[in-house]
Write a protein that binds this ligand. Structure first.
Ligand SMILES: [Zn+2]
Length: 255
C-alpha cells in the first residue's frame, strides 16, 4: 500500500497516541500496579544490599506441616528482617493483637488475617533454619498499592518504601560480618530451589488447607487471590477467595 506523503505524519501521530494509551492502561492495570509496588520493594532492598545487607527473595522453607514462603529476607549485622508484602487497596484497619484486620471499601468490607500473625510463621521457620534467637529476627509488613492505613499501626507495619526507615532504626550490631555471611549461606542451602515446581507445590498445599497464604492468581487479571470473609449481605461470615484487585476486578471463587 502506498501512503500519500501528506497522510504519513498524521498516521504516525495517531499510532503514537494509540501506543501511548495502551502502555498507560497496561501500567495502570491492577496486576501491573501490584508488580510495580513489589519491584519498588525489591529495588529498595537492593539499595540496602549495597550497604552490607544480604537479600534473598521468595524464600520457600520446609516446615513440619509443609512449606512456607517468605517474600524477602534481609540479613545484616543489625539483625534479620523478614518482609511480608501486601498488595492491597482500600482502607486498612487493625492492631497488633487482633486476629483479623479489616479492608474497607465505600460499599464493601472484608476481613483478612493479621499479616503480623501470618509473618510470625515465617519467623519461626527462619528461626529453625538459621538457629537465630528470636530477638534478632524482626517482622516487617510492607503494604504496596493504594492501601491507606487508617488505624495507628506498630512501627513495623509500613507502607511503600517506609520499611527502610524502620530497618534503619536498628543501629546496634548483634552479628559479626562472618555470622551474616554464614546465615546467608545457610539460607541459600536450606531454601527449596526457587523454581516454578516449588511454587506450584507450595500453592497446591496451601489451597488444600484453605490457607490465606496461598498465592494463587486471579484467572481474569492475574492479581493475587486472597482469602476473604464477607462482612455483610447474604454471604455474611462466609469465607471465599476474592481477587486482591477488588474493586476493579470482582472475581471470586468458592472455597
Ligand atoms: Zn482479578
Amino acid at each position: 500500500m502506498v501512503v500519500p506523503s501528506n497522510i504519513a505524519p498524521v498516521m504516525s501521530v495517531l499510532l503514537c497516541l494509540a501506543l501511548g494509551s495502551f502502555v498507560s492502561r497496561y501500567l495502570k492495570s491492577p496486576r501491573m500496579k501490584g508488580r510495580i509496588g513489589e519491584w519498588r520493594v525489591r529495588w529498595m532492598a537492593r539499595r540496602l544490599g549495597k550497604q552490607g545487607f544480604r537479600t534473598l527473595h521468595n524464600v520457600t522453607l520446609k516446615t513440619p506441616g509443609g512449606t512456607t514462603q517468605i517474600d524477602h529476607v534481609l540479613l545484616s549485622r543489625f539483625g534479620c528482617f523478614v518482609l511480608e508484602t501486601k498488595n492491597m487497596k482500600g482502607w486498612i484497619s487493625g492492631s497488633e493483637h487482633e486476629a483479623n484486620w479489616t479492608q474497607q471499601f465505600p460499599r464493601q468490607s472484608f476481613s483478612f488475617q493479621n499479616p503480623l500473625r501470618q509473618n510470625y510463621k515465617h519467623l519461626k521457620a527462619l528461626e529453625a533454619t538459621l538457629g537465630v534467637t528470636p530477638e534478632h529476627l524482626h517482622s516487617v509488613i510492607v503494604f504496596v498499592g493504594s492501601a491507606v492505613l487508617k488505624t495507628e499501626m506498630p512501627p513495623n507495619v509500613t507502607h511503600g518504601t517506609g520499611f527502610v526507615s524502620f530497618i534503619r532504626t536498628f543501629q546496634t550490631p548483634v552479628f559479626s560480618e562472618a555470622q551474616v555471611e554464614a546465615m546467608h549461606e545457610a539460607l541459600r542451602m536450606g531454601r527449596l530451589a526457587p523454581t516454578r515446581a516449588t511454587q506450584r507445590a507450595h500453592v497446591q498445599h496451601l489451597k488444600q488447607r484453605n490457607d490465606s497464604q496461598a498465592r494463587c492468581e486471579c484467572p481474569k487479571c492475574g492479581s493475587r487471590m486472597v482469602l476473604r470473609t464477607a462482612r455483610a449481605g447474604a454471604r455474611e461470615g462466609q469465607q471465599f477467595w476474592g481477587c486482591s484487585a477488588y474493586p476493579e476486578c470482582r472475581v471470586t471463587q468458592a472455597l
